[in-house]
Write a protein that binds this ligand. Structure first.
Ligand code: AMP
Length: 126
C-alpha cells in the first residue's frame, strides 16, 4: 500500500515550529497539545512526529518504538487530565478521524482525547 503525506498540513507546521501550539506533553516520537477549538473542557490532540496521514497509515507503517511511544503518550494524557476511571476520573473518549467519511480536516494522523464532561453516545445520527 502506498500512503501519501502532504507536509504542508498545519500539524506538520506545528512540528516544524512554524506555528505555535499549547503543548501538554512532548516525547521522542509524539506531541500532545490542546485543540484550538475544544469540544470538551479537556480536548487534547496527540500526534506522532513522523509523517503519517491517517491512523491506518501509522498503524501499518510506523516503527514499534513510535507506536509504543504514541500509545504511552495517550495514557499519560489521560493521567495528566485526571480522566482515568481507575483513579476516580470521569473517563475519556479517543477519536481518530481518517479520510472523507470521517471528515478528517488535518491530514496528519491524530487522536482526539476528549474529557471533562459526560460525552453522550459515540455517534449522533448523520
Ligand atoms: P480532524 O477533523 O479530526 O482532522 O480534527 C482536526 C482538529 O484540529 C480540529 O479539532 C481543529 O480544531 C484542530 N486544529 C486545527 N488547527 C489547530 C491548531 N493550530 N492548533 C490546535 N488545534 C488545531
Amino acid at each position: 500500500m502506498a500512503f501519501a503525506y502532504d507536509d504542508q498540513n498545519i500539524f506538520a507546521k506545528i512540528l516544524r515550529g512554524e506555528i505555535p501550539n499549547d503543548t501538554v506533553l512532548e516525547t521522542d516520537h509524539s506531541l500532545a497539545f490542546r485543540d484550538i477549538h475544544p469540544q470538551t473542557p479537556d480536548h487534547v490532540l496527540v500526534i506522532p512526529k513522523g509523517p503519517y496521514a491517517t491512523y491506518d497509515h501509522f498503524a501499518l507503517e510506523a516503527s514499534d518504538a513510535e507506536i509504543v511511544d504514541f500509545t504511552r503518550t495517550v495514557g499519560r494524557i489521560a493521567e495528566m487530565l485526571g480522566a482515568q476511571p481507575s483513579t476516580g476520573g470521569g473517563g475519556f473518549r479517543m477519536i481518530s478521524n481518517a479520510g472523507e467519511d470521517a471528515i478528517q480536516e488535518v491530514p496528519h494522523m491524530h487522536v482526539h482525547v476528549l474529557a471533562g464532561r459526560p460525552l453522550g453516545r459515540i455517534l449522533q445520527p448523520a
